[in-house]
Design a protein around this ligand. Sequence first.
Ligand SMILES: [Zn+2]
Length: 319
Amino acid sequence: MRVSLVSVLIVMVLGGCSEGGLAIGPYYIGFAGSSVSPFNGEFAYSHLEDIVALGPRVSGSEAHGKMQGKIRSVLTESGLEIREHKFEASTPLGLKPMTNIIGIVKGTKDGVIVIGNHYDTKYFPDFPFVGANDGGSTTAWMMEMARVLGPTREGYSIWLCWFDGEEAFEEWSAVDGLYGSRELVKELKETGEIDSIKVMINVDMIGDCDLGIQREQGAPPWLTNIIWYKAKELDVGKHFLPHTISIEDDHIPFRKAGIPAINLIDFRYGSGPGAHDRNWHTANDTLERVCADSLQVVGDVVYHVLDDVEAAVESGEGR
Ligand SMILES: [Zn+2]
């Protein structure tokens, strides 16, 4: 799939390029929207189109099963080892089989950085919620991150975790929501693997065309600073806002287990007064409100902070 998409892009670029085809690489990268990292926001967006076309992806639904299949095939295509963590969640709507999917980028050093997101969409009985931004954007973004990171790397391993059951089936509470991340942390404690997790970076709702990621209360300042500094260095600092919000998400079980964790979320979906309430968890969370450029910005920043985060942990600053 990647290869065919690359060919399509090159044909398009050559078709519209008066300078001829000598500079395919740079033109191609330029077309992709960034020259600062191998992450390609257009590729991520193309995954997102496929994801949204599945319709609502509520845990346990047929579309959710197809979503799992797509994650698996992208990971296989990119050569990552796949680990699946299956469990049964007790929800207000009864027992639900759930699956966390982990793509493992094997590092040369002991230690793991977890990059997490959720791939379920919230259940609404009265309208089809496709979650282009909430659930969709990060699921697609992580698929592109799998391609970019590939099967191995120098340094810590990276676990790309697609959590199941982040959304509450009824009202958000300590027992309704975060099913996948809570269960995974429980499992990692049981196996003792929790000790190898050095840092957890969660992403959620990063596709908003008007991208503005808030600082997160409870995130270690050193980790926030590395990310905000990198954004400034890459000239995308305007998308990383100065104010702080407090939010529960899939990073919380990791934080409770003592792991430095941060949530990168734009919890101000859309622009202008009242936009967030019109878009979040509503029928308006659709493809046209998500932009490849936003996926690109977060892709570039996260790609480039990984070594800095590792260096901070190794130096003892990042604990
Ligand atoms: Zn949600």
